[in-house]
Design a protein around this ligand. Structure first.
Ligand code: ZN
Length: 104
């Protein structure tokens, strides 16, 4: 048994569509959910991991790069698919209609 599961080394031929200026022009521009801004800036959010949960047994800091809207400073929710950022830094969920989620 000498199966090689991975691709052969040195194989850099990538097949697929090439990204051209047209491709980018026609691509959807991601907009801030709050203000519609299209320019984003990378910032760092720092989480502290308590000693109990840290593998080293000591309190540790975990810097997390986030993209914030250049206009309103919020993080579009699409950038936080795992929902790890505090709600306060993220765009609000827009409610077009009055959502009456009253459970009986
Ligand atoms: Zn914004």
């Amino acid at each position: 048994m000498n199966e090689n599961m991975g691709p052969p080394p040195g194989n850099q031929n990538q097949q697929g569509p090439q990204v051209t200026a047209d491709t980018i022009r026609n691509a959807k521009t991601l907009k801030c959910e709050d203000c519609g801004g299209m320019i984003f800036e990378e910032k760092i959010l720092i989480k502290t991991i308590s000693a109990l949960l840290s593998p080293s047994g000591k309190q540790e800091t975990a810097p997390i790069p986030v993209m914030i809207c250049n206009s309103c400073g919020k993080v579009p929710r699409i950038f936080d698919p795992q929902n790890i950022l505090p709600e306060i830094v993220k765009c609000k969920i827009k409610k077009d209609k009055d959502s009456s989620n009253k459970e009986k």
